[in-house]
Design a protein around this ligand. Structure first.
Ligand code: FES
Length: 200
């Protein structure tokens, strides 16, 4: 007959982590998830409202949890000209951090400012990392085509793909307006080449 497995037997066979887990459970203490661990480590999260299906009858505001990013001053609202992108790096100076902020002149998903038309995006194509700096198309309010395989992204609708080989939207840099100052405060979507946007 198979012997009954006890907590102590498990602790002996699998090491002290099991023993600690069991002890925590006996004391009624919850084990922390990775998210809670990151929170404990100071990498808190916050919630922002984003617009899904912007510009359509199905448009709706939904909450999105975002890991805490650096708050970086990237531009002055009064100095932005319609269809003239301004480059910056975010969330750090590492690989694939090149980004742009632009005043589209038309309302856009996630847009800030009096006309909700100022948006920011990462410059790196989500397909295979093609650099898209300098490819902004004013007529279409789009970024692209990518120089590698021609993917083009709609900047009025959270960077969704218009055409090309990519299958993920372009990461959108979340913005905050404080007086005339525009701050980058997060990223919606995963930057190409990173397993975590904050691990550049
Ligand atoms: S890398 Fe941009 S479309 Fe392939």
């Amino acid at each position: 007959m198979k012997p009954e497995t006890t907590d102590s037997a498990l602790a002996t066979s699998k090491g002290t982590s099991v023993e600690t887990d069991q002890a925590d459970k006996r004391r009624g203490k919850c084990l922390v998830s990775r998210r809670d661990f990151l929170l404990t480590a100071g990498l808190a999260t916050f919630t922002v409202m984003v617009t899904l299906n912007a510009g359509t009858p199905r448009a709706q505001q939904v909450p999105a949890a975002v890991a805490t990013y650096p708050r970086k001053l990237i531009a002055k609202l009064s100095q932005l000209k319609v269809d003239r992108p301004v480059d910056f790096t975010y969330p750090d100076e590492g690989a694939y951090s090149e980004s742009m902020v632009v005043k589209l002149g038309v309302q856009a998903g996630g847009g800030i400012g009096p006309d909700s038309d100022v948006v920011a995006f990462n410059y790196t194509c989500t397909h295979q990392g093609g650099p898209m700096s300098g490819t902004y198309k004013a007529a279409d309010k789009a970024l692209g085509p990518c120089p590698l395989h021609l993917s083009t992204y709609d900047l009025t609708r959270h960077g969704i793909l218009i055409s090309g080989q990519a299958y993920q939207s372009l990461p959108q840099v979340l913005l905050e307006l404080d007086g005339d100052d525009i701050y980058a405060v997060g990223i919606f979507g995963l930057v190409f080449g990173r397993f975590d946007n904050l691990q550049g």
